[in-house]
Design a protein around this ligand. Structure first.
Ligand code: IPE
Ligand code: IPE
Ligand code: MG
Length: 245
């Protein structure tokens, strides 16, 4: 029985979030520069997006560039932005063919104008698709997102549109970039790092976390199935005890 066949369709997560890490180390192993790693990481993105679409997963969020990543060497940042624009431009027909809708979350005002235009166009061109929602976290950081939400809520209170009493978990969520998406049930991080690195801090409150040593450019559908099988063997208690579930 293949790993894919072992998966229980009724116990698949509706939303998977991935910290795609390890491109630089993968490139170093090959004796190449870091951009070569990012370039090869794109193949993993294609493969995992396809894998999620085949499994009929509703939402896939990919952490592609953090706010902190802007502080990397200029060559790497410029190269990554070019790769981003190029990839998005090339992938739109495939996204449409596979009924995948693209969304972007993050402080995207920091992106170069051409990248921003390409992104907006790609989101617009795929907005009629009803299959997998592919959410790219770009120039994203969770602390930025949370501060931003607090500011927006503050404005509403100041203008009298909202009262303090109305603030709840549900209301707060509506001010996050992920307002239209459910919380991820599963978060995967590649490359053997055991941290969250400013990713979806609010949304991951009850997510199952899965860490693997596999570097992102080596991560393929089979690795995704392994993570999903591990997830399916977990008991999600949400504070309760086993007997209550
Ligand atoms: C992840 O790989 C991609 C981005 C953060 C843009 P890294 O570039 O962080 O690779 P490592 O962690 O240095 O190996
Ligand atoms: C997290 O990876 C960000 C992305 C994968 C986009 P980093 O490589 O930037 O994280 P740290 O610096 O190791 O925590
Ligand atoms: Mg890294």
């Amino acid at each position: 029985m293949s790993l894919k066949e072992k998966l229980l369709p009724e116990r698949l997560p509706s939303h998977i979030a991935i910290i795609m890490d390890g491109n630089g180390r993968w490139a170093k192993e090959q004796g190449k520069n870091r951009l070569y790693g990012h370039f090869n990481g794109v193949e993993s993105v294609r493969n995992i997006v396809e894998g999620c679409a085949e499994l009929k997963i509703g939402y896939l969020t990919l952490y592609a560039f953090s706010t902190e990543n802007w502080d990397r060497p200029k060559d790497e940042v410029t190269g990554l932005m070019e790769l981003l624009v190029q990839t998005i431009r090339d992938e739109v027909p495939t996204l449409n063919k596979n009924n995948i809708r693209l969304h972007v979350i993050g402080n995207i005002g920091m992106l170069p104008e051409n990248a921003l235009n390409e992104l907006n166009e790609a989101c617009e061109d795929t907005k009629g698709n009803t299959g997998l929602n592919l959410i790219m976290a770009l120039s994203y950081s969770s602390r930025w997102e949370i501060c931003n939400a607090v500011k927006e809520i503050g404005k509403e209170i100041k203008s009298g549109n909202l009262s303090l009493e109305e603030i709840s978990d549900d209301l707060f969520k509506q001010y996050l970039c992920t307002a239209n998406f459910p919380d991820p049930e599963l978060m995967i991080r590649t490359s053997g790092e055991y941290r969250i690195s400013n990713f979806l801090l609010y949304q991951l409150a009850y997510s199952e976390l899965y860490f693997t040593d596999t570097l992102w450019p080596n991560f393929r559908k089979e690795n995704l199935y392994e993570a999903l099988l591990d997830y399916q063997n977990r008991e999600r208690r949400f504070g309760k005890i086993s007997e209550q579930l």
